[in-house]
Design a binder for this molecule. Structure first.
Ligand SMILES: [Zn+2]
Ligand SMILES: [Zn+2]
Ligand SMILES: [Zn+2]
Length: 340
């Protein structure tokens, strides 16, 4: 089901063709400001690029290679965080940072500037600090909490999400793996069969005086817009003179029902479901019940070649129906005129 939706997605076919023709070996991530992007894939899928790459990897078109990783907000997935140090004792962020000196004679410890304020004398014992390494030493860089006075070398870190504002501890952050998508060329042959060249069918439908859209987006009575592989209609004719066609892989009752719902909503005059691969019994029964013509094929070439005859029959029927309706209407009109 995922692959059906994915392969029907606009852009996928041209993206795969691009991969094949360009000889590109992989789609690589690019770090930009606060996110990883895939510029090549974005040209085809915009902001959905990563999702489509993931789906194609599931189909085996790509092999994923771990390239990088980054801390990610567990709530919104953003990588951009502000790191905020807080006091391990009272959690206050009112911290100052500086070089700390220890007066070795009495053991007093404080920031360097505090000793300078006293003329480089010890605040506790009042003695002058003379020789580094003898009577005093540099203890390193420390943080002092201005709320509770705690001095620490390692404050607790809080990561504030730059997008949703969530404050996370380091443990709570998720590690986002960043992949390169390496093209698996051997898979292309298999995939080609999944994309059909519908030109012969389109030409046939047009030759019968119908307008054809492929893929077609048709708004139903419900207001929902439905997508069909092919939709044939006549500009001035009612919806009942139209033909809706979908192509599916391995049809089951769910796919059949989904197709019926769409054709019912757009009031298509005829519905044709072309199936590649296996069709289960339930689907066949449903097709009969819903008055859907369902045809089974084993290959893409067979599908395009053999469905032509059926499509032609349906279109002829639809054209006749249209003529009859017109005739009925004229007859009605004449009767009414008669009475006048
Ligand atoms: Zn001292
Ligand atoms: Zn504190
Ligand atoms: Zn967030």
């Amino acid at each position: 089901m995922v692959s059906d939706t994915l392969l029907r997605r606009p852009g996928v076919e041209s993206f795969l063709r691009y991969l094949e023709n360009s000889g590109k070996e992989s789609i690589d991530p690019l770090f930009e400001k606060t996110a990883y992007r895939y510029p090549v894939a974005e040209e085809f899928f915009e902001e959905d690029a990563e999702t489509v790459l993931e789906n194609l990897a599931e189909l085996g078109i790509f092999e994923k290679r771990l390239m990088d990783s980054a801390m990610m907000c567990p709530d919104c997935g953003t990588l951009a965080h502000v790191v905020k140090p807080v006091c391990p004792t009272c959690s206050s962020a009112r911290l100052i940072k500086g070089n700390v000196i220890e007066h070795m004679l009495c053991g007093y410890v404080d920031f360097e500037q505090e000793f300078y304020k006293q003329g480089f004398k010890c605040i506790k014992c009042g003695k002058e600090l003379k020789t580094l390494g003898v009577d005093y030493r540099r203890a390193g860089v420390f943080y002092k909490c201005m709320s509770c006075g705690r001095v620490t070398a390692i404050p607790v870190k809080r990561f504030i999400c730059g997008h949703c504002g969530r404050a996370s501890t380091e443990e709570e952050l998720q590690l986002k793996p960043v992949f390169s998508y390496v093209v698996v060329r051997e898979k292309f042959a298999v995939l080609k069969g999944m994309f059909l060249d519908l030109t012969p069918l389109i030409s046939l439908i047009e030759s019968k005086g119908f307008v054809v859209e492929s893929p077609a987006k048709i708004a139903g009575i419900s207001g929902v817009v439905h997508e069909f592989t092919l939709f044939a209609s006549r500009p001035s004719a009612p919806a009942s003179a139209s033909l809706a066609i979908d192509i599916v892989r391995d049809a089951d009752d769910n796919k059949l029902f989904e197709f019926f719902t769409k054709t019912f909503d757009v009031k298509a005059g005829a519905s044709l479901l072309l199936c590649l691969g296996h069709v289960d019994e339930k689907a066949k029964k449903l097709a009969d019940t819903f008055n859907i013509l369902m045809l089974e094929f084993t290959s893409a070439d067979e599908l395009v070649e053999k469905s032509k005859t059926e499509i032609e029959k349906i279109l002829d029927k639809l054209s006749k129906r249209e003529l009859y309706e017109e005739a009925d209407y004229l007859e009605d009109l004449l009767k009414k005129l008669d009475k006048v």
